[in-house]
Unconditional design. Structure first.
Lengths: 93, 246
């Protein structure tokens, strides 16, 4: 773990989300790119496995505050209100 | 995030956001230090309708004070997001300039990951609760995308899904498909690495498995649609266009 409580894996994936240069490097040579980022062999294997469930499990433990799963309630937010003002002129019930 | 969206985020006086994974939260907080997460408005057992109304109020307060406001939602801001549509509507009604910028929804990801072309195959897209309470008619000759199957009739916030209503969904789907029709549970990777999670499942087995909270149910067509030969003659067509038969 780093000073901010985040692992190298977490930091690497954040950087990968933001840096076109790093992403290009990762796609052309993932092993070298991950080694240069200081990822452990276990972290490198996890990324290369593409195992979404395991990745999520690992990253959730480093979660930022306030992150929640957010399903949407459509039973009260049926878009009739949107249809009333829809550019296609649709009208609601 | 498109360059256009990024520019909008960086140019705003106030930025709000909602994401569902810690990586995205960390990335966003780095991009916009001081951005405020709207996730804090959720509370256990609190009505989501109330939460959405509070989100709109949070967004509109700085708008009314004359500030440039940008709100980022995970996925596409216009897909399964009531607060975004409502805030834009309110802002415009009050004379403010407001617009939505497009992004990539779960459905866009599944078209890519599952190799589904929604136009040539035909595609219906419903939220699971909406499907049931409005008794939507399903066309079994086209793909069916069902959102939020793990959260049927869940109107108050809970951190984990409840699957108690899945038998009702299966019963409804049986009106259109055989019980053993095979579908897939799909979840896009929210990370820059990692494969999409694709789990084949027979419809009758849905209540017996643990459905990932963010999963979307994708049901392939049962059969090809019937051809209306009289209509083809009216349109001057001798054969079905190739793009619709591949």
């Amino acid at each position: 773990m780093n000073e901010d409580g985040r692992s190298n894996l977490f930091r690497f994936l954040v950087e990968l989300s933001d840096s076109l240069e790093l992403l290009t490097s990762f796609w052309s040579n993932p092993e070298r790119t991950m080694a240069e980022a200081g990822l452990t062999e276990e972290e490198r294997d996890l990324i290369l496995s593409g195992d979404l469930i395991e990745l999520r499990k690992r990253l959730e433990t480093e979660g930022a505050e306030g992150v929640v799963l957010i399903p949407v309630d459509v039973s009260r937010s049926h878009p009739l209100g949107l249809l009333e003002a829809h550019p296609l002129g649709l009208s609601g019930e | 995030m498109t360059p256009e969206t990024r520019a909008a985020v960086e140019a705003a006086d106030d930025v709000f956001y909602i994401v569902t994974d810690p990586l995205a939260a960390s990335w966003f907080e780095r991009l916009v230090p001081g951005a405020q997460s709207l996730s804090r408005l959720y509370a256990l057992e609190k009505s989501r309708a109330e939460t959405y109304a509070e989100m709109v109020d949070e967004i509109m307060a700085p708008v009314r004070a004359g500030r440039a406001v940008c709100v980022a939602f995970y996925g596409h801001p216009g897909v399964l997001v009531w607060a975004s549509h409502e805030a834009i509507k309110q802002a415009q009604r009050e004379g403010h300039e407001a617009r939505m910028l497009p992004a990539v929804s779960a459905e866009d990801c599944l078209f890519a990951d599952l190799g589904v072309d929604p136009v040539t195959s035909g595609c219906q897209s419903y939220e699971a609760t909406d499907l049931l309470i409005h008794r939507r008619t399903i066309d079994p000759t086209a793909f069916l995308v069902l959102w939020q199957v793990a959260w049927i009739a869940n109107v108050r916030y809970t951190p984990t899904p409840s699957q108690e209503h899945l038998p009702v969904l299966v019963e409804y789907l049986e009106g259109f498909y055989s019980r053993d029709h095979e579908a897939v549970l799909y979840e896009a990777s929210p990370f820059p690495v990692g494969a999409a999670q694709v789990t084949p499942v027979r419809l009758e087995a849905l209540p017996t498995i643990d459905i990932p909270p963010m999963a979307t149910l994708v049901i392939p067509p049962v059969e090809r649609p019937q051809i209306d030969h009289a209509m083809m003659r009216r349109l001057g067509l001798d054969e079905v266009p190739t793009k619709l038969t591949d």
